[in-house]
Write a protein that binds this ligand. Structure first.
Ligand SMILES: Nc1nc2c(c(=O)[nH]1)N[C@H]1C(S)=C(S)[C@@H](COP(=O)(O)O)O[C@H]1N2
Ligand SMILES: [Mo]
Length: 212
């Protein structure tokens, strides 16, 4: 098993898919601060607010009717594990905007994810509009488990060969996501306020401010 892991890791490194300081994991770790949030779709909704023409709020039933997308990502946690070829399905922010389901004001420049339990994560608007950012309901063909963010989480990761896309560490994808705030100003999230790097680029190894 460990030999297999080493071999797989060497292969990913050779393919240029293993960022500096990372190692390959074959199982999907569960990592978060605080408690697993147990959410029931009956009293769940998802809101978009801030620098938008019209704030919206979707029930679970309405959210499930939105246009859907799939993406395969390599996800990289700042605690140094990387998981390759993870398959996600859900709703793309770019699609919501392109199809007029949300209308941004020109002042919108940052997107703050708000999760149940108070966790937040911030990204520039242009990163949230990339193909490697998704509001995911399904992982590898199955609904998310509570530990991984059921019913909805954000995900961000690398698409092999797409060096044109910014790829931040996986903490920039909030589990138990309840809202996106479009903002004119940046608002550092949970880990960013704790000293983690605001841009968090995995290839630049932007883990923390000051490199501790
Ligand atoms: N709500 C919430 N989302 C979160 C976190 C958290 O503490 N709370 N941790 C982040 C971190 S550091 C990582 S690496 C991923 C881990 O997701 P996983 O548990 O599905 O592997 O979730 C991110 N999203
Ligand atoms: Mo992480």
């Amino acid at each position: 098993m460990s030999e297999n892991r080493k071999t797989a890791e060497a292969q990913k490194r050779q393919e240029g898919r293993l960022p500096p300081g990372q190692s390959l994991t074959t199982r999907f770790p569960v990592l978060h601060y605080g408690q697993v949030q147990r959410m029931s779709p009956a009293n769940w909704d998802f809101s978009i607010w801030g620098e938008v023409a019209e704030p919206v709020s979707w029930t679970w039933q309405a959210f499930r009717q939105l246009p859907r997308s799939r993406v395969t990502l390599d996800v990289h946690c700042v605690t140094r594990w990387s998981q390759f070829d993870t398959e996600w399905e859900g709703v793309s922010v770019r699609t919501l905007i392109d199809e007029g389901l949300i209308q941004l004001k020109p002042t919108a420049r940052y997107v703050i994810q708000h999760a149940e339990g108070g966790y937040t994560a911030n990204l520039p608007l242009e990163v949230v509009m990339q193909e490697n950012f998704l509001l995911a309901t399904h992982y590898n063909g199955q609904p998310l488990t509570p530990e991984h963010g059921y019913p909805l989480r954000a995900v961000i990761g690398a698409i092999p060969g797409r060096s044109d896309l910014k790829t931040p560490y996986f903490w920039k994808g909030a589990k138990w996501l309840r809202a996106l705030e479009f903002s004119a100003v940046d608002k550092p999230g949970f880990w960013e306020r704790a000293g983690y790097h605001n841009d968090a680029d995995v290839w630049e190894e932007q883990r923390t401010v000051g490199g501790w």
